[in-house]
Design a protein around this ligand. Structure first.
Ligand code: ADP
Ligand code: MG
Length: 235
């Protein structure tokens, strides 16, 4: 028996063009993620971690191979369908938070729902509930500039969760935080994976952050090195 994957990459090749030169960044990558898994993707700078996350999250097209989320081939969809699919199934968290500076915390969190046509009052209630979930119920009307880095990142996690995604994709989410805020964000991600079965991919070059994962995938030069996949081995 095998639990169905929430994410599967098969034979993914990604090239970038720099002037006349074509650089291959991902070289036929295979990857599977199961519900509730928390995978830490580690590797040296420039090894292709962010590229992997962008391709896995439907932000950047692979040149070869397939990316399926809950069995849906993301690159077989129209770009419009893919954007809507992404908003519903995937949550993104970035190193520099990517909050809208002119919007309050609650407006930042509700934005994906509003873009999806959810009524303002419903979106607002859901956003408030998530801000409470991340311990920021009392900061809902604050703008990003009125929050600490750790608080901004918790707002970003709440935003990533607002549509009830099956996967959270986080790219160096603690890269700009002090150690106490980092711990809070990492514990929050681990709780989501453990208690709500939200799969998490955490890209990090910090070994302490990586230790929060239930599995580590190490990338070197766009390839998985020394595949450590106890989940697959146990199956
Ligand atoms: P990491 O996140 O592991 O530091 P990246 O995935 O950002 O690595 O980058 C992997 C390689 O791809 C690097 O050599 C980088 O210079 C190159 N690269 C990334 N994005 C682009 C781009 N948009 N255009 C050209 N080259 C890129
Ligand atoms: Mg990166």
């Amino acid at each position: 028996m095998s639990e169905s994957t929430v994410l599967r990459l098969a034979g993914v090749v990604k090239n970038y063009r720099a002037g006349q030169e074509r650089v291959q960044v991902l070289h036929g990558l295979d990857f599977a993620l199961y519900p509730g898994e928390f995978v830490a993707v580690t590797g040296p700078s420039g090894s292709g971690k962010s590229t992997l996350l962008h391709v896995a999250g439907g932000l950047d097209a692979p040149d070869e191979g397939t990316v399926s989320v809950a069995g849906n081939d993301m690159w077989a969809m129209s770009s419009r369908a893919r954007a809507a699919f992404r908003r519903r199934h995937l949550g993104f968290v970035f190193q520099f938070f990517n909050l809208v500076p002119t919007l309050s915390a609650v407006e930042n969190v509700s934005l994906p729902l509003v873009l999806d046509g959810v009524a303002a009052r419903t979106a607002d209630a859901r956003a408030l509930e998530l801000l409470q979930r991340v311990g920021l119920g009392d900061r809902a009307r604050h703008r990003p500039a009125e929050l600490s880095g750790g608080q901004m990142q918790r707002v970003a996690v709440a935003r990533a969760l607002v549509a009830g995604p099956s996967i959270i994709l986080a790219d160096e989410p603690t890269g700009n935080l002090d150690s106490r805020s980092s711990t809070a964000v990492l514990e929050l991600l681990r709780t989501l994976a453990d208690e709500e079965r939200t799969a998490v991919i955490l890209v990090t070059h910090d070994q302490t952050a990586a230790s929060y994962g239930s599995r580590e995938v190490h990338i070197v030069d766009g390839r998985v090195s020394g595949a450590d996949d106890p989940v697959a081995e146990a199956r």
